[in-house]
Every structure is written in structure tokens, then in C-alpha cells.
Design a protein around this ligand. Structure first.
Ligand code: ZN
Length: 267
């Protein structure tokens, strides 16, 4: 009987402890609306600093090497070459610019700076955006666009060539050539250097009907609306291509072969 009483008492006491816990009550903390644990600096709205490609007039962002990235895509269908009914070759496009870098120069992504300078000058003078239709082409994309042997040494592969038109001036591609000529006359770094300031016309036959222009540093070709159509240039407009002939930084002519183009690429 004593044991039973003892257990009953124990049971009751444990019940008591539970009820105690359940009945614990809290107190509200009252705080005034201007009371803070930490002092906060007064926040002021501020403008985000602009990215390099946002500099320039509102109608055209400043051209940077980012605009030159390869336009290949794994979504493109294979380029099939046929002779009559027979398939003779098949080329797949590259994986696109998120699968490989721009050409590398001393370990950094690189496009010849003269191309960027000239395109920005055209935007400044015209107040209209330059549309790059073909900047860097990795070797796979270059082959996909045009597998002919003549194209295998395309300087697009090393960031030394660009195709573009001017939005709003699509029908007047010659205006770009005039701006480029004026650029060489106005820049201090070309003063008293006639090999840069004077442009000549290229006399030999090419794949365009308009005689190209060239000075020591660049070679300019004008493709009419019915010329030079390829996978990157599927638009209906004439376009200009600028090729770098001579690198002022290294004082060497700019040439390209397929093996070099393969080598200077990060995948
Ligand atoms: Zn590519």
C-alpha cells in the first residue's frame, strides 16, 4: 500500500512539473520605433557604375571585344556538301562561344585593338550602331561557314578580321570606308606616316566587284548585297569586312593558318 502511494505521489509530482512548463509565460519586449540595436548609416540610392560596353551614346553601346565572340552554335544543322546526289563532306558547327574562348594572346582573350577602335569611331561619327555579323570564328565555325581551302586561313580565326554593317545606313557601306580613311588622317599616332594615312585600291581580282582599299595596317572589302553570303552573313545588306594586315605592337605582318588558330583557343 505504501508503494502504491509512493508511485501515485511520484506520478502526481511529474504531472505537476509538466503543467509548470506549460504555464511558463513570456514578457513582451517593448521598443520605441526609433530604437535600434545597431546604428545604420542612412542609405542613399546610387547609380551602378556602367560596364565598358555601355559607354557611348544612348543609341549605340561602345564596342568591346565581347561583341566579337564566335557566333557558332551546336543547334545549327550540319553543313552538308554534295556533288549531285552524293554527300561528299559534312561539317558540324562549334558548340558556341560558351564552349570556347576568344583567340588567346599571352594567355588573355584578344581581338586586334585597331578593329575595336575603328568600329567605335564609325559609331561616334554616324551616331548609329555597328552590327558585327562575324567577328571571331573558331576554326570549327570557320570551316562550317565555308569549307573551301581559300577560307582555311581566314583571319577571323585569330581576331584579326570583322564583318559588319551600320544599322540605319545599311545601303551606304562606303560611308564607313570614308570614316576609316579620316580616322587615319586625324590620329596623332599616324602623323607623318603616309603608309598609314594614304589608302590604295587593290588592283588584283578578288571575290568582290568593288576594288578593296588598303593601307599598311588594314585591308577593307565591300561586299554588295549579292556577294559574300555565308552562314554569319545571312542578312540582305551589303557589308564591310576589315582585315588587319600589320600589327603595330609587334611590328610584324599579321598572318593566320589553321594550326595557329587551333592553338590559341581555350576550350
Ligand atoms: Zn566557335
Amino acid at each position: 500500500m505504501r508503494f502504491v502511494l509512493l508511485f501515485l505521489l511520484l506520478g502526481l509530482s511529474s504531472c505537476d512539473s509538466v503543467t509548470e512548463e506549460e504555464t511558463i509565460t513570456g514578457e513582451y519586449i517593448f521598443r520605441k520605433s526609433d530604437e535600434q540595436r545597431y546604428d545604420l548609416a542612412t542609405l542613399k540610392p546610387q547609380n551602378r557604375p556602367s560596364y565598358p560596353w555601355q559607354e557611348g551614346s544612348a543609341s549605340s553601346h561602345k564596342i568591346s571585344k565581347e561583341y566579337f565572340r564566335c557566333k557558332g552554335s551546336a543547334m545549327n544543322p550540319p553543313h552538308i556538301v554534295r556533288e549531285g546526289e552524293k554527300e561528299t563532306a559534312r561539317y558540324n558547327d562549334c558548340g558556341g562561344s560558351d564552349k570556347h574562348s576568344l583567340p588567346l594572346h599571352n594567355g588573355n582573350e584578344f581581338v586586334y585593338p585597331i578593329l575595336i577602335d575603328l568600329l567605335n569611331r564609325i559609331q561616334e561619327v554616324t551616331g548609329k550602331p555597328v552590327i558585327i555579323t562575324s567577328g571571331h570564328r573558331c576554326p570549327d565555325h570557320n570551316l562550317y561557314i565555308d569549307p573551301s581551302p581559300a577560307n582555311s586561313g581566314s583571319k577571323h580565326q585569330i581576331g584579326a578580321e570583322v564583318d559588319f554593317y551600320i544599322k540605319g545606313l545599311e545601303g551606304r557601306p562606303e560611308s564607313a570606308v570614308k570614316i576609316i580613311e579620316d580616322f587615319y588622317k586625324s590620329q596623332a599616332r599616324y602623323q607623318k606616316q603616309p603608309e598609314y594615312q594614304t589608302f590604295h585600291r587593290f588592283e588584283r581580282a578578288t571575290n568582290v566587284s568593288t576594288q578593296p582599299w588598303f593601307n599598311k595596317e588594314v585591308f577593307i572589302k565591300l561586299f554588295r548585297a549579292n556577294e559574300g553570303r555565308n552562314f554569319d552573313n545571312r542578312h540582305p545588306y551589303p557589308y564591310i569586312s576589315i582585315q588587319v594586315r600589320f600589327d603595330r605592337a609587334s611590328n610584324l605582318p599579321v598572318t593566320c593558318n589553321w594550326a595557329d588558330a587551333q592553338k590559341f583557343l581555350r576550350r
